[in-house]
Ligand binder design. Structure first.
Ligand code: ADP
Ligand code: MG
Length: 686
């Protein structure tokens, strides 16, 4: 149960003054549905504006306030193009006020031709024209009330404005309770940190680094504590020591020799499974590194020992692909492999449930439906989770609870993570790395061309499809609020569809799962030739004939994501090409990243260099691949403070494993605050 003191923080935003259903939609999009979400919606930056009387006084890139009178509204010929309002200052200088996406509706309302308005925003140049892209404020009143020092700039979504969000945040801050201190007193003194409540107030007022650090530290501490609680719990629960005698593995007739890395990983897994303590191991390896056969070997160890194993896949299609592969590979061993997804109904489902209960099924492959309450196993001893980041620890535990004794867990991921960050992302898991690709892989020919040459690219895709091969087209999803990413992807899809007709299908996160699956299956089955997608996960199936990938505005993706995306082509024997389209406003780092992509295909190297290249302000992991580990702490803070937070959590657990002391109670509050309460629930009587 959540401590009462936190209740005000979990009050829904729709109870706020002036918040109706219309505002809830954009708020939901940003995840701002409760008081605490708003309080933690920290400004991306602060601006100080200068009021000027005419545009000659403003420097390029400067935040200004100026009186302008609109003279003309211009919509763009292309549907994705910007909407521009031309406006004049006192002495006749012209400036374009530029809007993308549906923001043009706001522009139409706020900027009637011939009426003077005070406009605040960043003065830029577009060609030889001055412009302000998405002004922060457009008001009838004088400059005075716009010229604030340190005005916070919040991340927005369509339908929200800066003043609106600032108002809601202010309401949320008023509702914050005082919470007991969970940070170790010595540390708190040493760092000179503000209390939790003060820190939140300060973080919205200006660039208060100590306040930001404190809030980030809270998140890191909560995470470390939760992971340690999980670990302590799994230590408490006995697993089963499994001794596979090799009689099934010996019967495998693999068409290849295992790589050294595969053999080493299997040995590490086998060693873990022989222990009574449940295995908690992560298998890391690039797309194509051969994780599946390692998983199979692990599962056969369980079956050799007379037990069952289950493999959990993130999507229905991936479950089917795994099932087909595993069934074929396992056929000579005689192990019984079955699949269970949400689609299995009636008698088919009954049959599978029976087989699991009486032990006639040895290996089960499926989606999350394999840990529903109605699914019971005779003796589940190993759980393999593909693409760890799609599943929280919570689900892992739900699954773990199925076995009579805690099953061993093997998580697999294709996301290369720098060594220094593995702890943050995966807690105290042991790690096996497949750092060696199977021999004979063709390198993927990676090219970088300007986004301006997109027409040529489309023609290239046409030739590619005409030769009987398939292709991916990836549109970026960015956290940029102003352009609606899905809309952009839809527009691209529409224009490609004009050209390629029914040969094109699209998948993105806002499609109904059935539609997404059906589209994906059309592509995987070869019926559709071109797949337009928006995220890494959505292109996560093996389609051997897909030998071309086009990634739009490639600089907007993280390197690790680009790498993972690219890994999807070149799975067959054909030569494959990956084209990175770069936008025109490529930064220095952006250039280095794309060059690195051309230079290497080593995921671990890419991950390490990515870390070097990234600005410290970025979040660890990204929304794009659904793996953002932290929402408050940025990369720099993770590196700076995680070791301390982890050590602190460990010390607290050693002294007060039940979290019953005064500080322990405060730590429980922290866990609930960051919704890491699955950790607390593992405590006896928690
Ligand atoms: P991933 O790590 O992406 O899951 P897979 O397990 O799907 O990779 O393996 C990719 C392909 O490589 C499969 O066709 C698989 O049969 C093949 N493969 C795996 N191990 C080897 C190996 N040691 N030698 C040659 N091919 C291999
Ligand atoms: Mg795989």
């Amino acid at each position: 149960m959540r401590p009462d003191i936190l209740n005000p923080l979990f009050v829904e935003t729709d109870a706020f003054e002036g918040v109706g259903p219309k505002l809830m939609k954009p708020l939901e999009k940003l995840g701002l549905t409760r008081v605490k979400d708003l309080a933690y919606h920290l400004p991306e930056r602060f601006v100080t504006r200068r009021a000027i009387t005419n545009l000659d006084e403003g420097g390029e890139g400067e935040q200004i306030i100026v009186a302008l009178t609109p003279t003309e509204h211009r919509s763009s010929r292309s549907p994705r193009g910007p909407y521009r309002v031309l406006a004049q200052d006192e002495i006749g200088n012209i400036c374009a006020l530029t809007y993308f996406g549906r923001a043009s509706y706001t522009a139409k309302k706020q900027l009637p031709v011939g009426e003077k308005r005070w406009v605040a925003g960043r003065l830029d140049r577009y060609g030889d024209m001055l412009q302000i892209v998405h002004p922060d404020h457009v008001e009838k009143e004088s400059a005075a009330n716009l010229a604030r020092l340190n005005e916070p700039v919040y991340r927005l979504s369509e339908g929200l404005t800066q003043p609106r969000v600032a108002g809601l945040v202010a309401q949320a801050l008023e509702k914050l309770p005082e919470l007991p201190e969970w940070i170790e007193p010595g540390q708190f003194e040493r760092e000179g940190w503000p209390t939790w409540r003060d820190a939140l107030h300060l973080a919205h007022k200006g660039t208060h680094e100590t306040a930001r650090d404190r809030l980030a530290y809270d998140e890191l501490l909560a995470n470390s504590l939760a992971l340690l609680l999980v670990k302590a719990d799994s230590r408490r629960r006995k697993g089963q020591a499994l001794k596979g005698d090799g009689h099934l593995r010996d019967k495998l007739q693999l068409p290849f020799e295992m790589t050294g890395a595969q053999k080493r990983s299997i040995a590490e897994i086998e060693g873990d499974m022989q222990q009574e303590a449940p295995m908690l191991r992560l298998l890391q390896g690039d797309v194509g590194a051969g994780k599946t056969v390692v998983a199979l070997a692990a599962m056969l160890i369980a079956v050799e020992a007379g037990k069952q194993a289950a493999l959990l896949a993130p999507t229905e299609i991936l479950a089917r692909q795994h099932f087909e592969t595993l069934r074929t590979m396992a056929a000579p061993t005689g192990a019984e492999v079955a699949i269970l997804t949400g689609r299995a109904k009636g008698r088919e489902r009954e049959g599978i449930l029976m087989g699991l209960l009486d032990g006639s099924i040895d290996i089960l492959v499926g989606t999350h439906s394999i840990f529903q309450d109605t699914v019971n196993y005779k003796d589940l001893a190993l759980v393999v989770i593909d693409e760890q980041h799609r599943f929280g620890v919570q689900q892992r535990l739900a699954l773990a609870a199925k076995g009579k004794r805690a099953p061993h867990t093997l998580a697999m991921t294709a996301t290369p993570i720098p060594r220094s960050l593995t702890l943050a992302q995966y807690g105290e898991m042991d790690v096996s790395r497949l750092d060696e690709l199977p021999p004979g892989r063709q390198a993927i020919d990676t090219r970088v061309i300007s986004q301006d040459r997109i027409d040529e690219m489309v023609a290239g895709v046409e030739r590619h499809l005409a030769s009987g091969q398939q292709a991916y087209w990836v549109c970026p999803m960015v956290r940029d609020s102003e352009t609606d990413d899905i809309a952009a992807a839809e527009a691209r899809y529409a224009s490609l569809k004009e050209r390629f007709g029914d040969d094109v299908v699209m998948v993105h996160g806002q499609l109904a799962p059935e539609v997404k699956d059906a589209n994906m299956e059309r592509f995987a089955g070869g019926d559709a030739k071109l797949l337009v997608a928006t995220t890494v996960i959505e292109v996560g199936v093996d389609v051997p004939a897909a030998t071309l990938m086009v990634i739009e505005q490639a600089e907007r993706f993280g390197l690790a994501q680009l790498h993972q995306l690219r890994g999807r082509v070149g799975r067959g024997s054909e030569k494959s090409v990956c084209v990175l389209l770069r936008g025109n406003e490529l930064s220095e780092t952006g250039k280095k990243r794309l060059a690195l992509m051309r230079e290497t295909q080593d995921g671990f190297r890419i991950a390490e260099e990515d870390l070097e290249l990234r600005g410290g302000g970025e979040l660890l992991g990204t929304r794009q691949s659904g793996e953002a580990a932290f929402s408050i702490a940025n990369l720099e803070q993770v590196q700076k403070m995680l070791p301390a937070a982890h050590a602190d959590a460990r010390l607290l657990m050693e002294r007060d494993g039940g979290l019953t002391s005064e500080r322990g109670e405060a730590a429980r509050i922290l866990l609930y605050l960051f919704e890491r309460d699955w950790g607390v629930q593992l405590l006896r009587g928690g």
